[in-house]
Ligand binder design. Structure first.
Ligand SMILES: [Zn+2]
Length: 92
């Protein structure tokens, strides 16, 4: 089992995103990546951190917000999608 390099959720084969040619993309989940594109290309790392923190708190009602954001701010910035600062030149 791997995890999505955009939102960080654990994924198995049936959760894989899809490339432009329809083949599975094991780097991302189907919610984040479809047909070779991110489903939400404009979402920022910060927005993803807030969203995932809220999801974690919804699943674990006893989890404090500081704990949830502590985990997501540690984990999400290391994922492939958010690790592209030095690659901006190829998008211009
Ligand atoms: Zn995802």
């Amino acid at each position: 089992m791997g995890f999505c390099n955009s939102c960080g959720r654990p994924i198995v084969k049936k959760d894989y995103g899809t490339n432009e040619d329809g083949s599975p993309n094991p780097d991302y989940c189907i919610d984040c990546f479809q047909d070779g594109e991110f489903t939400e290309p404009d979402i920022t790392l910060n927005e993803m951190i807030i969203r995932k923190s809220k999801e974690m708190m919804a699943k674990n009602p006893r989890l404090a917000e500081t704990e949830a954001t502590g985990i997501t701010t540690m984990f999400l910035p290391g994922l492939k999608r958010w690790h592209v600062e030095e690659d901006y030149s190829k998008f211009d």
